[in-house]
Ligand binder design. Sequence first.
Ligand code: NAD
Length: 333
Amino acid sequence: MKARRALVCGAGGFIGSHMVRRLRAEGYWVRGADLKYPEFSPSAAHEFLIADLCRRESWQAILDEDMDEVYQFAADMGGAGYIFTGDNDAQVMHNSAIINLHAVEFAVQRRVKKIFYSSSACIYPAYHQEDPDNPNCAEETAYPAAPDSEYGWEKLFSERLYFAFARNCGLDVRVARFHNVFGPEGTWCGGKEKAPAALIRKIAEQEDGGTIEVWGDGRQTRSFLYIDECIEAVRRLMESSFTGPVNIGSEEMVTINRMAAMIMKIAGKKIAIRNIPGPTGVRGRNSDNRLLRRELGWEPTQSLFEGLAKTYPWIEAQVNAALQRTEEAAVAD
Ligand code: NAD
């Protein structure tokens, strides 16, 4: 039997590179496309094209008539330090929207059988996320729309774009709203990292008995999903007949300071937290997995602690390698 063929857009990024690995393990023929190769290990793709997906020519090159599935993860994105400061709004909206406009147009033109789009929990209205203990992120609460970032507005626009192409052009789409995915080989420094990676890095860099800074009052709540669970959920959605939009996240909500305490336990260090002003986004957010359970008959099962325990050694190794490079550079000077 002929292997199924998949195109993974954003294959040089965190979720995309893990998806490439998974599809290969399932026997797919995989093409990856991104502005860059994966940072931390070679891509598992059969073919990897360096391409700027904001450009039409790139889509002409990466999407042929023979592609069964497209996974569209490419986006201009980052953690709170990137998307909530306002400094990158124009770029985030423009680049991600144009990538998705090309994606749907070329998917129809090249008769792609099925396309997955990665939306985000950031589409949910800020007014349902003001109470850190009782956020409401059920799928149907997305409207009246009031995301708290331009990143969220672009995601909401693009969700609608995919469904419009489904209705009018027969495109077979799957749309999921990811809630804070983390794990090994995710961005861990440089300003685009998210809370779990930032906290793990700070704790790995700190001596026992030291202090770390945490943005906000630390009582803001979130849930975090381990990467393997995210990949499993996307594959199950693609194999199902349910189009979404559906949350893909964890329902284990924690305060940011509580997550820092979990990481300290894993690290075996006692470290003080100094909460400082910084970009934090909404007060509370948690995945609501009722629809996921109903439609896919499945939900994530790994605890946050387990996921953090798998991620800590990987980031600690990155921290130590960076430290060694700095020391070697100082000796060379
Ligand atoms: P990532 O930043 O690691 O990956 C995105 C990739 O897109 C990067 O490799 C980047 O180079 C690529 N890209 C950006 N602009 C491009 C362009 N013009 N041409 C080609 N490639 C381009 O992010 P991720 O964490 O892997 O997220 C994947 C998707 O899931 C994104 O759409 C993101 O918005 C969405 N999402 C992620 C999370 C999360 O917690 N990681 C949460 C919600 C939604």
